[in-house]
Design a binder for this molecule. Structure first.
Ligand code: NDP
Length: 467
């Protein structure tokens, strides 16, 4: 069992690139900078290990998955502390400890999900079965917002289905990726999970390699499009989770006080740095002021600060690039005459990338803070008087990861949900993912599904055996 100190010592590299805490600027550790040749060598090791891994029975691989879940659980506190220091997210609230708990859940559920051979036709004349075979080596490119949990989403189903994996953590959260994979590798045979770390063109090297059969990528639409282009060489399979700009539509029958907490966490989970967070909220004129006031009252009680302080539930932005995105978009909203209900006044000279919890009301629906993804703690609240018009605005962007409808009438909410163009539409919550329930985007939010049976099938080659 590791402590934070022994875990860090196991992964940090003398003379490596410095990693700093985004809340305090403190030096945390040093990480390797791998080269293209290192990536090629990692791919070769994963390729060499794959036949023996695929030759194990499903039960044997499931046994490894369950041991992985045990190992994460045994080292949960060390992992959470490292994650908090490097990513910035607080230990408490839906943050670091929650994320490590998610790693355990998203390991045990795919391990426990049966995937029997499917008999698709058996009519006396034709007999056809569907099997799911390993693809080979999977490349996993993981972002910096949920660097452990998203890595697990990519790695565990791939391993279960008989693939080996080359994992590339984000350059912003390399220690978190290295630490998680180190724990997994205390259980796995050599070569089954390789890790490459660095910045520049390692992701592109993975995508270009003909030895990689599939890429799992979570990140920006811009990079996703480059991956699509580069995948044509060997017709690579892709699962692309490219973020979004999720709309929430409040209907006029809600109790504003009752939905305030759900709205807040839908938007501000992980300090807004979540792909399927609520990023623009449409509220009817008749209850607009009450909804804004209740949300502001709830938000005002939620402490923001450095992650290791047990009382905090909101943290800094993870990096300067993201701080600048949020700052630019809020300034644009302010300049347009939108009303600042709270926040919007960061201390740009302070240590740490803290951006205060920000609510912006009476904003033009065409303002950049509404139409661009802020990926941070600033929520625009748009007033509407016609529900059809709200649905039209929700659907007018080119992305469609998630969406939500808030109502005390479930049937009415479901009817509206059916008209929202998104991979998932939640009713009276937002972003509440579950390892049994498939998750994936519509439109330019990407394609392919993760989680559940669909997620296992997505990292396998379907094969029909007929006759
Ligand atoms: P990206 O989301 O674009 O991802 C960068 C990652 O992609 C790095 O690991 C990088 O590795 C790799 N990469 C870059 N180019 C290629 C390529 N051509 N082929 C394969 N891999 C490549 O960037 P950022 O992290 O900078 O975030 C930018 C924006 O993305 C944020 O502002 C936010 O809006 C959104 N985002 C969305 C997330 C989500 O959950 N959907 C998560 C994080 C960010 P390398 O440099 O080594 O090649």
């Amino acid at each position: 069992m590791y402590t934070y100190e022994t875990l860090l010592a196991a992964i940090t590299v003398e003379g490596g690139r410095e990693v700093h805490n985004p809340a305090t600027g403190e030096l945390i550790g040093r990480v390797p900078t791998h080269t293209a040749a290192d990536v090629d060598a990692a791919i070769d090791r994963a390729e060499a290990a794959q036949p023996a891994w695929a030759a194990l029975s499903d039960e044997e691989r499931v046994g490894y998955m369950n041991k992985i879940a045990d190992a994460i659980e045994a080292n949960a506190e060390a992992l959470a502390e490292l994650l908090s220091r490097e990513q910035g997210k607080p230990l408490n609230g839906p943050n670091a400890r929650f994320e490590v708990g998610g790693c355990v859940a998203w390991t045990r559920v795919p391990a426990g999900t049966p995937l029997p051979v499917e008999v698709v036709v058996d009519d006396g004349e034709t007999y056809a079965e569907m099997h799911y075979r390993p693809l080979g080596v999977v490349g996993a490119i993981t972002p910096w917002n949920w660097p452990m949990m998203i890595a697990i989403w990519q790695i565990i189903p791939s391993l279960r289905m008989g693939n080996t994996v080359v994992s590339k953590p984000s350059e912003y959260t390399t220690l978190s990726g290295l630490a998680l994979n180190h724990i997994l590798n205390t259980v796995l045979p050599a070569g089954v999970l390789e890790t490459v770390a660095g910045a520049g063109d390692l992701g592109a090297r993975l995508v270009e390699s003909d030895k990689i059969a599939k890429i799992m990528f979570t990140g920006s639409t811009r990079t996703g499009k480059k991956i699509i282009e580069a995948s044509s060489g060997n017709v690579k399979r892709l699962t692309l989770e490219l973020g979004g700009n999720d709309a929430g539509i409040v209907l006029d029958d809600v109790d504003p006080k009752a939905i305030a907490e759900g709205l807040f966490w839908g938007a501000f989970i992980n300090t807004g740095q979540t792909c399927a967070a609520l990023k623009r909220l449409y509220v009817p004129d008749s209850i607009y002021d009450e909804v804004v006031n209740e949300l502001a009252a709830f938000a005002a009680q939620m402490p923001m600060g450095q992650g290791l302080d047990e009382q905090n539930v909101l943290g800094p932005l993870q990096n300067e690039m993201q701080f600048n995105v949020v700052d630019r978009l809020v300034e644009s909203a302010k300049a347009s005459g939108a009303r600042v209900v709270m926040g919007g006044n960061p201390d740009r000279d302070a240590t740490g990338y803290f951006y205060p919890t920000t609510l912006i009301a009476d904003i033009d629906p065409a303002n950049e803070l509404v139409t661009e993804e802020q990926f941070g703690p600033a929520l625009p609240i748009i007033r509407y008087s016609d529900l059809d018009e709200a649905i039209r605005m929700a659907n007018e962007l080119e992305v469609g990861l998630g969406g939500s409808v808030w109502s005390s009438d479930r049937d009415r909410a479901r009817a509206v949900a059916a008209r929202v163009q998104a991979g998932t539409v939640w009713i009276n919550s937002h972003g509440t993912i579950n390892p049994f329930v498939p998750f994936g985007g519509a439109k330019q939010s990407g394609y392919g599904q993760e989680f559940g049976v669909a997620g296992l099938k997505a990292v396998a080659q379907p094969q029909v055996i007929q006759g």
